[in-house]
Design a binder for this molecule. Sequence first.
Ligand SMILES: [Cu+2]
Length: 315
Amino acid sequence: MKAGRFKQWAAGIASMALPVLAFAQAADPKPWQLNMGKGVTAQSMNAYSAHMLALWICVVIGILVFGAMAVAMFKFRKSKGAVPDKDFVHSTKLEIVWTVVPVVLLVLMAFPATSKLIAMYDTRDAGMTVKVTGYQWMWKYDYLGEGVSFTSRLDRKSDQLRQSGKHVSAADHEHYLLDVDNVLVLPVNTKIRFVITADDVIHAWWVPALGWKQDAIPGIVNEAWTDIKEPGIYRGQCAELCGKDHGFMPIVVRAVSKVEYQRWLADQKAKNAPPAAPATPAAAPAAAPTEAAPAAPAAAASNSDTTTAAPAVAG
Ligand SMILES: [Cu+2]
């Protein structure tokens, strides 16, 4: 009976784990994950190592304190003939020890934490800059100096599902409320500076795999940077309660190789450059619609349409 039950459980867990493993990204949280995720950037690894240092110090302290309590409770108990020492009320030596040891531990943790924190705010020598603007309820991305910008909002399928009122399961949408129409494409192994602001209320741009979140505040430009080590899709959300649709402004970062990024950027620039057509004055006016016509379906299919998204913001 017991063995049968165990087999049932094992089969159930295995069948549950299989689809999860198939879709899992390197930095996605896993079911029953206990520890903090490592992320995919230098900063997220720094946060992870600072966390692990603190965790192991806590583990050692826990073992020592609870071990001492266990010894006191089980070895020195009244039933074993232990007699309380009523004269022991003060020990300067002990007080010095329990003051100095925590101070040393705090300094031990503060040194790496401070240097990592300073590195986290050092946005110098970035290879490129992306301006992130929060709106109720979407994001706008400007690739500064490239002339590429677009808005990124909840994908239509999630939007329809959420308004349908039905109970949504993973079968309906694999990334329900975590998908967008236009993803933020970034190159790997590049120091990318973000300037983050908002147009209406306070939002916060947060992709856990990158290892930080930054407030997007109207009238203030906050800075952050990243250097993604692994290509992949990294999802996040607005992390500041910003209004009724706060839960419906996800973030999707697609990290690609530098070559692929340059190709993508060239595509975006080509789509964003309608003045290229009037550059040939000899061409008949009919040339413009034929030029534009093939671009529209291609843009819609590429899932990173900028030409149609940009006016949506202006309006
Ligand atoms: Cu928001």
